[in-house]
Design a protein around this ligand. Structure first.
Ligand code: BDR
Ligand code: CA
Length: 313
């Protein structure tokens, strides 16, 4: 008999790949998407909170509340990534006016309500700067036990993509990442070392384009733009679709291999702020405090992603 679906909150900054993360969470039968919260990241909050509602509207998902959270990081000014995602965060397709409303609660209020109402601990997947989760854990540390785990797309065991050593989500709000990792909540980092394998190849593009739905067509237009900007900026014409890999950790854990290890984040470095230090070899003699993704089953991941996409409107 199948286990009941895992209740999940997605916290995001859409962003092309965030949209695919939302769609995976909404369309996969192993997940029960309870809420979506948004954060300033790839583009300012006024766009990300709108884009999350566009993503759910396109996919015909009308029963999931969407709330706005932090407009910027805990202590630093916001850095954005229009160079990848376009001025509005979802360059490419014409965006329909969302019919999914913006919930009047803040992201923290919505998360608190979802955690309180659930009969079991709820997972949180964060696919942007992890500010909203940090605010929740800072203001309501009593709720740690209500959170099944936090899975975050960000960081890297290798080099960065926003500075030589920092991945974008980690660079934007390293203090938030530090707070979450120290909070005691079970934490998994899904970094560039793994998401750089989730390449949108021509074969993947064909599979998405062949889905005969509004979501398939919209997704194809998103990927067209995303692959173009990744080619221009990184020389990667098969753009890496980072964010749904973190959702896949919950939807189909066999997609991603993780190891239990020590994770710290650089807060003070003049050149390395936001770098994630992953001590696989225990050189620092510190207790392991996180799971870190180290390998992706690429065909299985795309089957999972595209299967979920095909279940949407
Ligand atoms: C991360 O940064 C953003 O641009 C993407 O949405 C993803 O969350 C990759 O570094
Ligand atoms: Ca993102």
């Amino acid at each position: 008999m199948n286990a009941s679906p895992t209740p999940v909150i997605v916290d995001c900054d859409p962003g092309h790949d965030d949209v695919f993360g939302l769609w995976l969470a909404a369309g996969h039968p192993s997940l029960d998407l309870r809420a979506v919260t948004t954060v300033g990241g790839n583009v300012p909050l006024e766009f990300t909170r709108h884009n999350a509602r566009v993503a759910l509207t396109v996919a015909g998902v009308h029963d999931v509340p969407v709330a706005a959270g932090a407009s910027g990081p805990l202590v630093r000014p916001l850095q954005t990534a229009e160079w990848i995602h376009g001025a509005n965060g979802l360059g490419g397709p014409d965006l329909p006016e969302p019919t999914v409303p913006l919930d009047p609660r803040t992201a923290t209020e919505l998360m608190v309500d979802v955690l309180a109402e659930a009969s079991e601990p709820v997972a949180i997947v964060a696919t942007g700067p992890i500010t909203n989760v940090a605010v929740l854990l800072r203001d309501r540390p009593d709720l740690v036990g209500r959170i099944r785990e936090v899975v975050w797309m960000g960081g890297s065991t290798e080099r960065g993509n926003a500075t030589p050593y920092a991945e974008f989500n980690a660079l934007v709000d390293p203090e938030a990442l530090d707070l979450v990792v120290r909070s005691g909540v079970p934490f998994t980092m899904v970094g560039l070392n793994v998401t750089h394998s989730a390449l949108v190849t021509p074969a993947v593009r064909e599979r998405v384009a062949a889905i005969p739905t509004r979501t398939g067509a919209f997704g194809d237009e998103l990927l067209d733009f995303f692959c173009r900007t990744n080619d221009e900026v990184f020389g990667m014409p098969d753009g890496p679709l980072h964010d749904p890999v973190a959702v896949a950790v919950l939807a189909d854990p066999a997609c991603v291999r993780t190891v239990r290890t020590r994770l710290d984040v650089e807060l003070a470095g003049t050149e390395t702020a936001g770098a994630t230090s992953v001590d696989f070899d225990g050189m620092l003699g510190r207790e392991p405090n996180a799971s870190v993704a180290v390998a992706l089953d690429v065909p299985r991941f795309w089957d999972t992603m595209i299967g979920a996409l095909a279940r949407l409107a």
